[in-house]
Design a protein around this ligand. Structure first.
Ligand code: GLC
Length: 438
């Protein structure tokens, strides 16, 4: 991966963002790939266009919900693979302003999110199943439609011209965009009768150059097939962080495995799992971007809204351990993760142990420990300073078994004295203040 030359500080500090998938597929309500999964022609797909009217959509409400959820940036699908545009584009009639909704939805959303202080990301699909110029490949809904194939040759040069102009519109007409999110390159795919697409097909180098001339400081993700940009592992958790600390990455995740609204799919993660995923990602030095697929009326479904709100509630008390934090060099004990910010080391406890927790390599290094949810002190024994024998006789530890004391004799360990009852939080966090030199 090529080093990033743009300033990524704001992005790293945010740590938690919201992805929004919204478009015609929200009306079909069975996955954002529905058009190609069911090989629906543009003509048949038209019914979703004709009935697209999110009448209950309140952009300000979305922005408030996102802020309450603790997200610091948002990424909105301006155009997904079906080619439908959520903004007033001059390049196609297949756009929101020609639906019953009439208004420029992207503009409404960008304005509302910006007002709430969120950074703005725009998602733009490189694939486009609506533009006749787009060369049919194995992902295209018309891949098996002989009539379509006989009448559409594809003209990627023409398509590129449209695409460049659309990207230009997005970067010119909506003020500062902080992050441009392209989706996606697949040049190694080979379906026999067609192959995938990559940098050459998109004109990625020239596209990037054009973007930089309009908004030089914008972040761009890694899906233009240029071997650079913010890395975006999708729907899986990394086992470790990046080997190069300067690599910037975010993992993008769904609540129920579908990006677009998927009515009958109730396979939702628990709030606890989402919180753990967020923590785990930050402990590995990455960002976490969670998705919502609002429904056709323009509302966040209750399941999604509740999970996001729960995580937001947790972040109100524990945000210090996430925003601006990153991984730590200290090895976390089993079932725990560390995040760190300067001399604040945050211990996230995924599974609450009985009474004691031994922290390797922290003996003699901590000055204070407390639970983050209520700020209450957690007493600890610093075996290095007080010595094992005294530890065995102090009041604080008189209830601790011999075994614990013996283990705690290891001077590299720090022994935390936990309450028996775990705090009623999705994930309890203990803040450890490190001595300055650490
Ligand atoms: C995928 C899918 C898509 C989704 C995206 C988000 O590549 O094509 O539907 O928008 O991932 O990362």
């Amino acid at each position: 991966m090529e080093k990033m030359t743009t300033d990524t500080t704001w992005f790293r500090e945010c740590r938690y963002g919201l992805f929004i998938h919204f478009g015609l597929y929200s009306v079909a309500a069975r996955h954002e790939w529905v058009q190609t999964l069911e090989e629906i022609s543009t003509k048949e797909y038209q019914k979703y266009f004709d009935h697209f009217n999110p009448d209950l959509l309140n952009a300000k409400e979305w922005a408030k919900q996102a802020k309450e959820a603790g997200c610091k940036y948002v990424i909105i699908t301006a155009k997904h693979h079906d080619g439908f545009c959520l903004w007033e584009t001059a390049m196609t009639e297949y756009k929101v302003t020609n639906t019953a909704y009439q208004k420029d939805l992207l503009e409404e959303l960008i304005t509302a999110f910006r007002e709430e202080g969120l950074k703005i990301g725009v998602y733009y699909s490189l694939l486009d199943w609506y533009q006749p110029d787009f060369l049919v490949d194995g992902y295209h809904p018309m891949r098996n439609n002989q009539e379509y194939l006989a009448t559409h040759q594809g003209n990627m040069e023409g398509y590129r011209a449209t695409m460049f102009n659309q990207v230009k519109e997005l970067l010119t007409n909506y003020g500062e965009i902080n992050y441009l999110w392209f989706d996606f390159s697949y040049k190694s795919r080979d379906w026999g009768s067609s192959v995938g697409k990559g940098a050459k097909d998109w004109g990625s180098e020239a596209l990037e150059e054009m973007i930089r001339t309009i908004q030089p400081h914008i972040l761009i993700n890694d899906r233009l097939d240029l071997n650079k940009g913010v890395q975006t592992p999708e729907q899986f958790s990394r086992s470790k962080g990046m080997s190069d600390e300067n690599d910037v990455w975010e993992t993008v995740q769904t609540l129920n495995n579908s990006w677009g609204y998927d009515r009958d799919n109730l396979n939702f993660k628990l709030s606890e799992m989402v919180t753990k995923q967020l923590i785990d990602t930050v402990s590995k030095g990455g960002n976490f971007t969670m998705n919502i697929g609002p429904n056709a009326r323009g509302l966040w479904d209750d399941n999604s809204a509740t999970i996001l709100a729960n995580v937001g509630k947790w972040l109100k008390k524990h945000g210090d351990a996430i925003y601006g934090a990153t991984g730590s060099k200290y090895p976390a004990p089993i079932d725990c993760r560390y995040t760190q910010k300067g001399n604040q080391l945050f211990l996230h406890i995924f599974s609450w142990p009985y009474r004691t927790l031994l922290l390797p390599e922290l003996g003699g290094k901590v000055t204070f420990a407390r639970l983050l949810n209520d700020g209450s002190e957690i007493r600890f024994a610093d075996t290095k300073d007080i010595g094992g024998e005294r530890l065995a006789t102090t009041n604080l530890y008189k209830e601790i078994t011999e075994v614990h004391v013996k283990e705690a004799l290891d001077p590299t360990m720090l022994l935390l004295n936990l309450p028996v009852r775990q705090p009623d939080e999705l994930v309890p966090v203990i803040e450890l203040t490190l001595k300055n030199e650490e």
